[in-house]
Design a binder for this molecule. Sequence first.
Ligand code: GLV
Length: 331
Amino acid sequence: MPSKKVLITRLIPNIAKTMLTNAGLEVMEWQGDGPMTQPELIERAKQVNALLSLGADKLDKHFFNQCSHLDIIGQFAVGYDNIDVEAATSAGIPVSNTPDVLSEATADVAFGLMIAVSRKMFFNHKTIIRGEWKQFEPLKNLGFQLSGKTLGIFGMGRIGMMLAKRCQGAFDMKVIYHNRSHNTEAERLYGATYVSFDELIRESDVLSIHCFLSDETRGLFNREVFSKMKPSSIFINTSRGGVHNETDLIEALNQGLIWGAGLDVTNPEPMKPYNPLLEMPNVAVLPHIGSATVEARNGMARIAARNIISFYQHGEVPNCINRQVLKGRKS
Ligand code: GLV
C-alpha cells in the first residue's frame, strides 16, 4: 500500500515531522513565510491524505467540498474556529486539536497582562522611549493593587484554571466564574464560585475570557456588557478577538465604563499599528503569543502529530472534536 501523505501547512517544531516520518507517513511541508491562500491550500491538500493545519488556514464549507477525500485534520492549536467542523463531519473527516499543552503558557500571558494593565506597564515603558522620564512622579501614572480583588473567569477550562491558580496563589484573589457547566475541580482546588453571567460581569475586578469563539460567544463582550462592569475593572482577552467588539471596547475605555484592558487577541488580527488602544495608558496589547513558549509549541506539534498517527495506526484520535465520525470508520 502506498504510504499516506500528510501536509503540514506552516513550518512548526520539527518533532511533528520526525514523528510522522517515523510512523511511515510521507510529509510535505509548506515552507512559506506566511499561510497559504485558500486556493493554494486546496491545490496542495488535494495531493495528500491528511492535513496538519494551523489557525490561519481557512477550512470552510468550500474547502471541504473540494477536499472531502481527506482522512483527518490535525489542528496545531487548541482553538479551531477556522474549521467548519460541521462541514468536516458531513464529509466524515475527524478533526482534532491540541488542548492542555498550552494552558500554562496562555495563563501566564493572561496573568502578565493583568499585572501590566493594573500598573500601566506598557504605557510607562513607552514614556522612557519618548524621553519623558524626567523625575520621580508622586502623583502620576498610578495603578492599583490586585491583592484581594475578585477575578472573574468566563470559560473555566484548563487555561482558566491555571489563571485561577496563579491569581489565588500570588494575590489571594477571590475567584468567580461562569461556564456552560460547573467545574468542580476549580471549585475544590481554587475555591472558585459559579455565578450567573450577569453576576460575573458585575462583580469582577478583573474579567478574563477563556472561551472558544462560536456563534454564542462572537461579539459577546460588547457595549452592553462593558456598561454593566465596574468602572474600576480590567477586561482581559487571551482567547479569540472575535469574542469582543473592539469598537465598543475602545468606546468603553474612553468613556470610563471600564478602567483598562489587556489583549493577546484582537479583532481583527493583526491589529493595525495606529489602533487607538495602543496609545491608551491603561491598555496592554500583545500579538497573539499565548502559546509562544518552546514547551507549548513542542507539545502542540507532538499532539497534532500523535492525533494523525493514532488515526492511521489504531483508528482512534485522542483529541477528536467530532468523535461521532470515528464510529464505524476504518482507517
Ligand atoms: C492559539 O491561539 C490556539 O488556539 O492554540
